[in-house]
Design a protein around this ligand. Sequence first.
Ligand SMILES: Cc1cc2nc3c(=O)[nH]c(=O)nc-3n(C[C@H](O)[C@H](O)[C@H](O)COP(=O)(O)O)c2cc1C
Ligand code: SF4
Length: 449
Amino acid sequence: MTSRPGLPGYPAEDRPFTRAMRADGRPATIDDYIAAGGYEGLRRALDLEPGEITSMVTESGLRGRGGAGYSTGRKWSTMPLGPDAPRPKYIVCNADEMEPGSFKDRFLMERNPHLLLEGMLLAALATESDAGYIFLRQQYDGSAAALEQALAEARGRSYLGKDVLGSGFPFDIQLHESIGRYICGEASAMLNALESQRPNPRARPPHMTGAGLFSRPTVVNNVETYMAVPAILRHGPDWWKGLSVTDEGGTKVFGVAGRVAKPGCVELPMGVPMRELIEVHAGGLLPGYGLRAVCPGGASTAFVAPADLDVPLGFSTMGEARSRLGTGTLVLLDDQTCPVGMLVNMLQFFAQESCGWCTPCREGLQWMASLLEDLEYGRGEPGDIDVLAEGVWFMESDKCFCDLAPGAMQPLESALRLFPEDFARHVEEGGCSYRRRGSDAPAMRGTTW
Ligand SMILES: Cc1cc2nc3c(=O)[nH]c(=O)nc-3n(C[C@H](O)[C@H](O)[C@H](O)COP(=O)(O)O)c2cc1C
Ligand code: SF4
């Protein structure tokens, strides 16, 4: 995987996520980070009131980078402040990243760990929080090592501890490695997991900023969300807004997985079109391969047809292509990979990861995965395609307790819409013609799962 801190044409100063990264690929040390302007946002924030920090984040327009795109400033502004607020209050970082095809948080944590610590410190100052947790995907050994090193360096220089930079503000961060289930990435299930409870999602209300970890006010944000905040504090919200090519503000770490010349991550302005990301930054498809569709934000986003490749990658723009930005890591479907076979792969994953709490997801995902397997292996019947379409309806978000099952339906719903002839051919020809031709190699080359 060829993840690159940046590219000619986008100067380092305009790449807040990657500018401190080392050219040799090792994690940026505290000295590398400080030399690139690191911890300046924190120094500035120590002279501000909590509400002023949150106002800057709100004004920047920053939206959460974990997939749903909720306003970060608005979330922080619902934390209770002042002497009467319940204590302790917590800052939790969602570093679970088990979304198939997504690997941006791993890239960021392995290469620029202090940026995450500074972002969490700023969230803690803004919300007057007392302690932080990083909830890390189980398999991310490289991220764990980089973060442990950064935590030790930060404590050694008083950026973390009982008295941050002599300001009287106490804050420290613990690293918690996940037990390794996809549902632990759902923010409320994550809090249950941190409490050593079974990781089922929680009912809302109460919202987590009212009663979260150990029933205390808690902010949960994605790795990349926290990492966006130091530059907003250092340079101001207007500078951040000016970085993007649409009105959503900032840069973003995008990724490409699939049969391209250079799969990996790259930091680019928010709003860059999918075509530029694939053809320029990922080097285009490998010789002999054509593009059939793209899941723009991991496996739980709808496929987009090549005709929509010029739609800007953004939270509000991706609706034009009937999809979502999600994590912004593109999963490509090429013309030598069977869409039905790729869906078998995806649905088996989601079915295995259902937490089992609600019936449509627990029973429905297994059923859909086995129907797709039947089609793929020549056991499909003409009515199966209608049953799949009906199953999509059964797993809409108003019928499920969390977004795992509705997310799992997005690639299926869009594939039924974009590739009806492929499904029909599986029934007519008694299975997958790609498989018979021997071209069913893994569809997600370049991913980390
Ligand atoms: C099944 C499932 C898995 C999720 N996995 C992740 C994840 O790995 N990382 C993440 O940041 N958000 C994940 N989310 C979204 C979180 O619930 C939550 O919206 C997010 O952490 C909020 O952070 P943000 O506002 O910074 O995006 C997942 C959601 C669901 C339903
Ligand atoms: S939708 Fe699935 S993962 Fe979410 S609560 Fe229901 S059973 Fe659990």
